[in-house]
Ligand binder design. Structure first.
Ligand code: C5P
Length: 283
């Protein structure tokens, strides 16, 4: 096998709570992560040595700051390997959008190199390599629906909340995760998610119950900076969403809908006013 092609799926948060700031500078989280069918496509091709990265989106860095580069270095170091790979990224997930696009690509590279080089590493091992690359990488390795704690790397699989229709709206802004956490004032947060209740609703496959309980405490920082996020949330709710929330540190907003008809109806109303609006589904 000389080449392998992988789907790298994005995630949304059905809830995001920050419990406290830790001594290592990170924030202790409790969040529900949900994989969605919006994806980048990653092609890995064997080359004699080194790493070459290409991407259809000129905004994506092709150097060592790209998480796929870090994934390559980490797996080479872990397995003491000196092989080369060409990584091509077909980018569809909005960049720096709160959808874990970079982490999804890194997770796909870890899984793909494991197959391409026949390393036989278990997912658990890949997740432990991945957590040093980015907090969302371990989730992107397992996907589905999960409760995440710690920095986001301590995962418990939940009953799969799949096949729920979504609209994903990116207001064409890039938001730095470090900026959002750095400006979070924990004493200013009035509403927190009731994570246990949301999990109960997930167990009952109760879309309306999940939708009305979703809370993301990071909205307090990102919406203050970019009020357009709130405007999109309100539009989604006005035009048929059961619930709408910012994903991760933002700025991407998603709406959850009762079914495809409602999602398409809302899409047709908002498509001219929101630059990047995508119909998607949980998976
Ligand atoms: O782990 P990742 O590289 O995605 O995190 C980016 C930045 O977000 C970190 O450098 C940190 O400033 C912040 N962060 C945090 N607490 C977390 C996750 C991320 O403070 N649990």
């Amino acid at each position: 096998m000389n080449e392998i092609i992988l789907d790298a799926y994005a995630k949304i948060n059905l809830s995001l709570d920050v419990l406290y700031k830790r001594n290592d500078g990170y924030h202790e989280l409790e969040m529900i992560m949900q994989q969605i069918n919006l994806k980048d496509i990653i092609t890995l091709r064997k080359i004699p040595k080194g790493i070459k990265i290409t991407c259809n989106n000129p905004k994506v860095p092709l150097d060592s700051s790209n998480l796929v580069y870090k994934a390559y270095v980490a797996i080479c170091n872990r397995c003491n390997i000196h092989k080369g790979v060409w990584i091509d990224i077909d980018k569809n997930i909005p960049i720096a959008g709160g959808l874990a696009g970079g982490s999804a690509d890194a997770a796909a590279v870890l899984k793909g190199l494991n197959q391409l080089w026949e390393l036989k590493l278990e997912d658990k091992e890949l997740m432990s390599i991945g957590e040093k690359i980015g907090s969302d990488v371990p989730f992107c390795i397992i996907g589905g629906t999960a409760l995440a704690k710690g920095r986001g790397e301590k995962l418990k699989e939940l009953k799969n909340f799949k096949d729920k229709w979504l609209l994903i709206a990116n207001p064409d802004l890039e938001v730095s995760t470090a900026y959002v956490y750095g400006n979070l004032n924990l004493s200013n947060i009035n509403t927190r998610p009731n994570t246990k209740e949301i999990i109960k609703c997930i167990n009952n496959d109760d879309i309306a119950g999940v939708s009305k309980r979703m809370v993301n405490v990071l909205e307090s920082v990102t919406i203050k900076e970019y009020p357009v996020i709130n405007e999109i949330k309100e539009s989604m709710l006005k035009f048929g969403a059961l619930g709408s929330m910012m994903s991760g540190s933002g700025p991407t907003v998603f709406g959850i809908f009762k079914g495809k008809t409602d999602a398409v109806k809302c899409y047709n109303i908002l498509k001219d006013s929101i630059k990047q609006l995508i119909i998607s589904k949980t998976m």
